[in-house]
Structure formats: C-alpha cells, structure tokens
Design a protein around this ligand. Structure first.
Ligand SMILES: [Fe+2]
Length: 284
C-alpha cells in the first residue's frame, strides 16, 4: 500500500514504512564526523530547539497513568506549543499535501506519524486531507494538548455530565449518556493550543478538516488497551431527540447538551501510520 502526504510518499509493507527520498519533510541532515582517532563516520540526526524543549517539558510534566499534570506544567507546555511552527517537526505549508487544491475525492483518509512515544506520553502528528474526519472519540484518563500546525479544521467536543450514568432511551442494547458541548467551532492555524483533561476541557472530540491540516498532539499517558485506556467511538444525538423528563427540567439550554451513544469504530476511519522524518528528539 502506498500513501501520499503530498510530498511525503511512504510505501507501507508489513507494517514497515519504506522511505521515499522525495519526502515533504525537510530532509534530515546527516552530520558526519570523525569518531575519536579511528576515522570512522557516525550519523547524527538533526535536532530542533523547540521540539527538544517540548520533549524535556513533557518528561517533567507527565508522571504516568492515573496522574493529571499540574496547571503550571500544562501552562508551560501550552506556551511551548503556542510558539511551535510546522518547520519544528519538518513540515511546511509549501508541501503539496497542504495546498488547498489538493482535494482527495474518495475516502479522505487520515494519516499519523509518531514523533516520540514512552510509557508516560506520546507526541503524534495527524494529517487530515480536506474533508478528512477523526470521528468522535474519547481520551480515558488522559490529558491531551493539540496544536493545529497547518490548515483549518472544525472541532466539536463534549464532556460527560456524569460519566457513570447511562440511560436506556434507545430501543436497542446500546445506552445513551448525557454530555455537555464544550466546543463547536472552526480553528485556523496559527492558533493557540487546546487542552483537554480526563473529565474536563472536551475529553470526547471530533476533528473535521476544512482544508488539509496537520495537528501535533501531546498525549499523556498514551492509549493502552492493557492499562484500560482504549479508544471508544461515539455518535451524538440531539438532546431533544430523547427527552427525558427529569433531566429536561434541569437543562434549559438544550443546544449545549447531547446524548452520546458508543459505537464501533466508524468505517473508513482506520488511520495509516507513516514514518516520522522530521527533526529527531535526543533523549537526555
Ligand atoms: Fe483525540
């Protein structure tokens, strides 16, 4: 299978990404230097100051599962991300993928690159072509900072009113849970970083690309099926579609609420992974 992120062209075979040298990432510079007095050459990947600063701050911020970072740490991360540019992760608006005329007619698939991953956090870039969608999904027990590096996208997000209470309002086995709308707006890069927490800030969200987009996500801790942090998908129903007397009396602004039904991963929403070819993180 071959995937194209404009200039980023990657052949996927047996889970391995095969690099095409005509990639859209800014080419990784290989510094060759003499190693001691033996004269042998070593490869040193190029790093990036802002990305390295982000990594160091993530190391200080994320302490592992069942922890939520302090406000001070999150503010610091936001400040770093607010100032990050596409070039800090090897991208540029001039890459073919990000040209507005680059419209994928059929099945605009979303692609992702993992910049770094450890037990406590991961750094991921998601590439959405025009009309590409990351459907409504949750981040159980996670804190996520999202920085739209390039493009324009619509973000809709919800938080549970009470995560433990579900209602049997459908004539189906699936239950509905009440959620409050937190965001429903268009973001255009460059824009500030958005933050979601385990129970606030819009933990359940959906991205829809208006133009080709790249989003850098800092996720702590990462998804883990073994650790009970699997991703669930949802369909939102109008709050007024299932009036529930008791709750209706409490909620005056019906527009701010919705019923969320857990669903299987929507068809065509499987993402393809591509190799990250931008500046490298140096583990200190
Ligand atoms: Fe997400």
């Amino acid at each position: 299978m071959k995937e194209d992120i404009g200039g980023v062209s990657v052949k996927m075979e047996d889970g391995l990404a095969e690099k095409n040298e005509k990639v859209g990432y800014v080419k990784r510079v290989i510094i060759k230097k003499k190693k001691h007095c033996h004269g042998s050459k070593v490869k040193k990947p190029i790093s990036n100051k802002a990305l390295q600063k982000l990594f160091v701050s993530c190391m200080e911020t994320f302490k592992g599962p069942d922890t939520v970072p302090s406000t001070k740490h999150v503010q610091n991360l936001c400040h770093i991300l607010d100032n990050m540019k596409p070039e800090d992760v090897g991208l540029s608006k001039d890459i073919q993928f990000f040209k507005e005329e680059n419209i994928v007619k059929e099945n605009p698939r979303v692609t992702y690159s993992t910049v770094y991953k450890c037990d406590n956090f991961s750094l991921c870039i998601f590439f959405l072509p025009t009309n590409g969608v990351i459907p409504l999904h949750n981040h159980p027990g996670m804190t996520v900072l999202s920085k739209l590096l390039l493009g324009q996208m619509h973000i809709k997000s919800y938080d549970w009113v009470d995560p433990d209470v579900s209602h049997n309002l459908l004539n189906q086995p699936s239950q509905l849970r009440l959620a409050k709308l937190k965001a429903n707006k268009v973001f255009t890069s460059p824009c500030d970083t958005s933050v979601l927490y385990p129970n606030t800030g819009g933990n359940i969200h959906e991205f829809t690309a208006i133009t080709p987009c790249a989003v850098l996500d800092v996720i702590g801790p990462p998804y883990s099926k073994d650790d009970d942090r699997d991703c669930s998908y949802y369909k939102d129903h109008l709050y007024t579609a299932f009036p529930n007397g008791e709750i209706a009396e409490l909620k005056e602004e019906n527009d701010s609420y919705a019923w969320l039904e857990e669903i299987e991963m929507p068809e065509n929403s499987q993402m393809d992974g591509i190799e990250y070819l931008g500046p490298q993180i140096i583990e200190t």
